[in-house]
Design a protein around this ligand. Structure first.
Ligand SMILES: *Cc1c(COP(=O)(O)O)cnc(C)c1O
Length: 393
């Protein structure tokens, strides 16, 4: 058989991270719940301890599950393969992943980060609060080059961005950042629709809680990057304990084979719903890259392979109409989060982007009537019937 790397995305989604199954006689990913591992030879144990706590990917002896876990390592190998990077480091949540990178950047001597809004509400909050111990400056993509300082250690962008689906030019930001590494939060796109590392991003971050897991039953985050960049991240994870539990790693890994099927079906559903919502009298505007209605929409053709399954729409009736729609849906779940097999709808101004002040919300297009819809893989006519009755309410 050709090496797995040379096969198509769909095939790799099914088989990546499962390369050792024939050797160990497994078919589904084994779940290794051990917290500690026997040390048979003290010299091997000592060397392994040093290697793993220093951020090595593996060692002869796993030592302790905070340092290494084989179930987690398998899903990391799978995601590195799908994202086209040498390595991937998994964490207990998307926020833990971003925070670990910020910690590594700070430990490397940097004191400043640039971040392009809009961002996921939690990321915005982490940066603005100063909790990560870095001076965070919010800029537009065009301002990146001019705002770099000698102590800038990272540029953070999100594309498509939350919740207005703005697209950000990954290659242009990477050029503008020069030697400063760029992290792309690629959660909305998944590695099926966009591969930021090929466009110059040093770190590709995913909330694996969303499309990668895909079934709404695991909180996880990953950063895909080079092996050299992965080492400090594993070190931070080992020291701070920002682990992905092996049960979560198993669920995440079981989500990957259907990632292309789920994303393609949800995206097709999204296209039909976006058109019908655009024609609905209660809706002032629909934001979906497939309609050509988002900022920098031309990037859909240059850096993405599809518009994805997330959209936002602005209700003419404002906050009251949003609250009524949230209360009226029957099939679609009124809930935050996204990227699950089932459709979810939420109100960013009242929920996920609540921490932003009113001026920032207004500047980033998060109006009182804005709804965010994560389209699932249900039958699209059933989804439309539910949306249409909710809009009448
Ligand atoms: C959910 C999400 C995050 C945070 O991930 P968690 O797994 O909830 O910690 C970050 N970025 C984006 C775009 C998200 O949707």
């Amino acid at each position: 058989m050709a090496t797995l790397k040379s096969l198509a995305f769909e095939t790799r989604a099914v088989h990546a991270g499962r390369e050792d199954f024939a050797r160990i006689g497994a078919h589904a990913p084994p779940i290794d719940l051990s917290t500690t591992y026997p040390v048979a030879d003290l010299d091997v144990g000592t060397a392994s301890y040093d290697a793993l706590s220093g951020g090595a990917a593996t060692a002869a002896n796993p030592i302790y599950a905070r340092l290494y876990n084989p179930t987690v390592a398998r899903v990391e190998a799978a995601l590195a393969n799908l994202e086209g990077t040498a390595a991937c480091v998994a964490f207990g949540s998307g926020m833990a992943a971003t925070n670990a990178l910020l910690t590594a950047v700070r430990a490397g001597g940097a004191g400043h980060v640039l971040a392009v809004r809009p961002l996921y509400g939690g990321t915005d909050h982490l940066l603005a609060s100063g909790l990560a111990g870095l001076d965070a400056e919010f800029v537009t993509a065009d301002e990146v080059a001019a705002r770099l300082r000698p102590e800038t250690g990272l540029v953070i962008i999100e594309t498509p961005a939350n919740p207005t689906l703005d697209l950000v030019d990954i290659a242009a930001v990477a050029v503008a950042a020069g030697k400063v590494p760029v992290m792309v939060d690629s959660t909305f796109a998944t590695p099926l629709l966009q591969q930021p590392a090929a466009l110059g991003a040093r770190y590709v971050m995913h909330s694996a809680t969303k499309f990668l897991g895909g079934h709404g039953d695991v909180i996880a985050g990953v950063i895909c990057c080079s092996e050299a960049d992965a080492q400090p991240l594993r070190q931070v994870r080992a020291i701070t304990g920002a682990l992905l539990h092996p049960l979560g790693a198993y669920l995440l890994h079981q989500g990957l084979p259907t990632l292309p099927l789920r994303v393609e079906r949800a995206q097709a559903n999204a296209g039909i719903l976006a058109e019908r919502l655009s024609a609905h009298r209660a809706v002032a505007r629909v934001y979906w890259p497939g309609l050509g209605t988002v900022r920098n929409n031309h990037l859909l053709d240059t850096q993405m392979r599809g518009p994805g399954a997330l959209m936002s729409f602005d209700l003419r009736g404002g906050h009251a109409a949003g609250a009524a729609a949230m209360a009226a849906v029957r099939l679609i779940t009124p809930a935050v989060s996204l990227g699950s097999v089932d459709s979810l709808i939420q109100h960013p101004a009242a929920l996920t982007h609540r921490a932003l002040d009113e001026a920032t919300r207004a500047a980033t297009g998060i109006t009182p009537g804005l709804m965010r819809l994560s389209v699932g893989i249900e039958n699209v006519e059933d989804l439309w019937a539910d949306l249409a009755q909710a809009l009448e309410a």
